[in-house]
Design a protein around this ligand. Structure first.
Ligand code: PAF
Length: 300
């Protein structure tokens, strides 16, 4: 693994690799790497000669200062994980470039760019996190401009983000293939997330109920209406602490922010299953647990 902290040094190394005919894949991350990120890096290494992994907590995509301050920063542990993975994939090589810029390096000038995504950002995360997707688009475009990768890798857990990035590619017309990678889950079903490390042991113990509820919702979808499934999911998680009081000490509870069932491509809420017969339907949820905001997705 090679580490880069400046745009110029990374660009030079990427240019050298490309001049040798090597293909370059990009895995944008905010660090605090877990198996989900490592699965993106693995996939990227399968499909490219060189993989650039960015580790950058992007301040302009946080609409909540406290969330930004609390976001885990574990650069040394992240680099160790990348080195270990590189040794498994291609021992003794320098095929993974870790890009760890400062905020000043990424944004030497105040950021004025804004991106808009129409109906795609008017649902779910959009209204809850004003400015979030524009901030994501700014940093992703900056990374695209620096690396000019052949392919870029994003996880399906951030389902709406993935649709936004695909739309960004259409808007800016870059010839970059966006590769979507499946959610990686812990053995108990909890979707892996950098935020999980902020959960208390009690909260971590009940967190798998999110996925379990979504899996049951997928079964219900075979015979229940969209609205009934939506209501059931919100009620089940919202009343979890009452039904399972012994597992929820000290006021611990799920506070579901939204659960939407949307067309898998347009992300517009559907009213009937037939509305998504062609594109498929997905259910997207955001839940607060123990002061930590968790998201998850189920395909119907
Ligand atoms: O998904 C993330 O971790 C971030 O939103 C991304 C894509 C790395 C941009 O900061």
């Amino acid at each position: 693994m090679q580490k880069f902290t400046t745009v110029a040094s990374l660009k030079q190394a990427v240019a050298n690799a490309k001049s040798e005919g090597k293909t370059v894949g990009l895995v944008p991350t905010m660090g605090a790497l877990h198996e989900g990120h490592l699965s993106l890096i693995r996939k990227a290494k399968e499909q490219n000669d060189i993989v650039v992994v960015s580790l950058f907590v992007n301040p302009i995509q946080f609409n909540n200062k406290e969330d930004l301050a609390k976001y885990p920063r574990t650069v040394d542990a992240d680099c160790e994980k990348i080195e270990k993975l590189e040794n498994e994939l291609q021992p003794g090589s320098n095929v993974i470039f870790a890009f760890i810029p400062s905020v000043e390096e990424m944004y030497p000038e105040p950021v004025k760019d804004e991106y808009h995504f129409g109906p795609l950002e008017e649902v779910m995360e959009g209204p809850q996190r004003p400015g979030h997707f524009s901030g994501v688009a700014v940093v992703v475009r900056r990374l695209f401009d620096i690396v000019e990768p052949k392919r870029a890798y994003f996880g399906e857990k951030d389902y709406q983000q993935l649709a936004i990035i695909r739309n960004l590619i259409e808007q800016i017309k870059y010839p970059i293939e966006i590769v979507a990678c499946p959610i990686v889950r812990a053995d108990d079903g909890l979707a892996l997330s950098s935020r999980n490390m902020r959960l208390s042991p009690e909260a971590r113990a009940i967190a798998p109920a999110i996925n379990a509820t979504l899996e049951q919702a997928a079964e219900m979808a075979e015979c229940e209406d969209v609205d009934d499934v939506k209501e059931w999911v919100m009620d089940t998680l919202g009343s979890f602490h009452e039904v399972n009081a012994e597992q929820c000490p000290n006021g611990l509870k799920f506070e579901p922010e939204y659960f939407e069932i949307v067309n898998a491509k347009t992300l517009q809420p559907i009213e009937n299953w037939e509305d998504a017969a062609e594109d498929g339907a997905v259910g997207c949820i955001a839940v607060w647990l123990d002061g930590v905001r968790l998201i998850d997705v189920v395909k119907f």
